[in-house]
Ligand binder design. Structure first.
Ligand code: HAM
Length: 421
């Protein structure tokens, strides 16, 4: 029997791991500079949280969740996204009472049972932020700048922001009526999926990927043209602020995010190197979510972005993931006595903060040297019975092949000096 990874999941193999670590380090560094603090919540939550938080009519809740009963017959769901979980944790731990504005970030695996394709997996990884407690348009723009800074510092080019306003309960009901009236007139020509959405979630029809639907909705009324005064002022301010920080964006009246909690600002970041159907990341404001999950009214905004998609774009643009990890010192020990004698030196070198390796396969000197080369060791230490008898060893610089004798008791200090230079 051959076992394989579940459909839509991937192993991140050791040879790829440095790319992930490079990207994650950048994300964490930028989050620190923007003063966002990390939050980690459980991988699974009670199912009702996502039903209530994300919305029953969404694809995520309706079709894509990994939901199961545990042995106590509780319905649990692997998290398909983080916003609902973060707000649950915010309410449950009274974070709002401790700080008027909580700026949180996260990074980790999410689960959606989608049809796998390039950049679309069933277990994927997101990084993201939630800024909980401010209604200022400035913070909408700050969340966009977090994403942009991470991408720019990783070297991504040809990025674009699409922004829209999806209104609020004051302006949306009237708009929704107008939209439904417009779409009902062409109902029979809409895709089957969109016909269903006409009842449940008509705004989502605007971002249908069906060509016919796209054609039929070209002249549909757009939320952005029917905003109430408050939403309009907010949207205008966001645009003004984006211009102020010189962030390019396009207003896209058809941008409707796939999760139900959004109010006012909605945005997506796209890369030319990902294909137009796929966003690198997306987010927006969700001023009513905390209240709908049982907390006090708390205006909030955030975004999340896929790490797999980011790595796809970086590879397509031939960007650097930093140096492939190398070994500083490889101790070539010949024979059992030398191997035993080598261990304390290997340990001492490691304690001096250097990457040090030795052979555990009882290989010949030639094979050990080959291994040291393969692992791109900067130096090798050759340690045989002779060297041990003389209490010294041969250090070889693998770059220029120079060799020198070093007294064994001074070996760690020798490398410490060498690498300090
Ligand atoms: P989302 O648009 O559903 O938003 O997901 C954000 C990003 O996660 C996508 O743009 C994409 O990069 C990545 N992503 C989503 N699904 C997959 C998948 N199946 N495979 C690979 N990558 C995927 C949210 O999740 C919201 N919670 C964002 C947010 C935070 N809004 C406010 N705060």
């Amino acid at each position: 029997m051959n076992y394989r990874v579940p459909t839509g999941t991937k192993d991140i193999l050791p040879a790829e791991m440095y790319k992930w670590q490079f990207v994650e380090k950048k994300i964490i560094g930028v989050m620190r500079r923007f003063n966002y603090t990390e939050i980690r919540t459980p991988i699974f939550e009670y199912t009702d949280l996502f039903k209530r938080g994300i919305g029953e009519a969404t694809d995520v809740v309706g079709k894509e969740m990994y939901t199961f009963l545990d042995k106590g017959e509780e319905s649990l769901t692997l998290r398909p996204e983080m916003t609902a979980s973060v707000i649950r944790a915010f309410i449950e731990n009274n974070l709002g009472e401790q700080l008027p504005l909580n700026k949180l970030f996260y990074l980790g695996p999410m689960f959606r049972q989608e049809r796998p394709q390039k950049g679309r997996l069933r277990q994927f990884h997101q990084f993201g932020v939630e800024a909980i407690g401010s209604s200022s348009p400035e913070i909408d723009v700050e969340t966009m700048l977090v994403a942009l800074t991470i991408y720019e510092e990783l070297g991504l080019k040809n990025l674009s922001f699409k922004i829209n306003s999806v209104g609020c309960p004051v302006c949306r009901p009237d708009y929704r009526k107008k939209l439904v009236a417009f779409l009902s007139a062409v109902k029979d020509q809409l895709s089957v999926e969109s016909q269903k959405r006409l009842e449940t979630n008509p705004m989502r029809i605007l971002d249908s990927k069906s060509e016919k639907d796209m054609e039929l909705t070209v002249n549909a009324p757009m939320m952005k043209d029917h905003l109430c005064a408050e939403c309009l002022t907010h949207f205008d301010k966001v645009k003004l602020l984006l211009n102020g920080v010189k962030v390019k964006f396009d207003v896209d009246g058809k941008l409707v995010r796939g999760l139900d909690y959004y109010t006012k600002t909605a945005y997506e970041i796209q890369s030319e190197n990902l294909g137009s159907q796929n966003a690198l990341g997306g987010g927006g404001r969700y001023d009513l979510l905390t209240e709908s999950l049982g907390g006090k009214p708390t205006p909030s905004v955030g975004f999340a972005a896929g790490i797999e998609r980011l790595i796809i774009v970086m590879e397509a643009e031939n960007l650097s993931f930093g140096a492939v990890p190398e070994i500083d010192v490889y101790v070539v020990a010949l024979g059992e006595t030398a191997a035993a004698a080598a261990m304390p030196y290997v340990q001492a070198i490691r304690k001096q903060n250097m990457v040090c390796e030795m052979d555990y396969l009882k290989r010949s000197m030639k094979a050990q040297m080959r291994d040291a080369n393969r692992q791109k060791a900067k130096f090798t230490v050759i340690l045989g019975d002779n060297e041990i008898a003389k209490n010294e060893c041969v250090v070889k610089n693998m770059g220029n092949s120079e060799q020198s004798s070093v007294p064994l008791p001074q070996l760690d200090a020798y490398f410490q000096n060498l690498f300090a230079r």
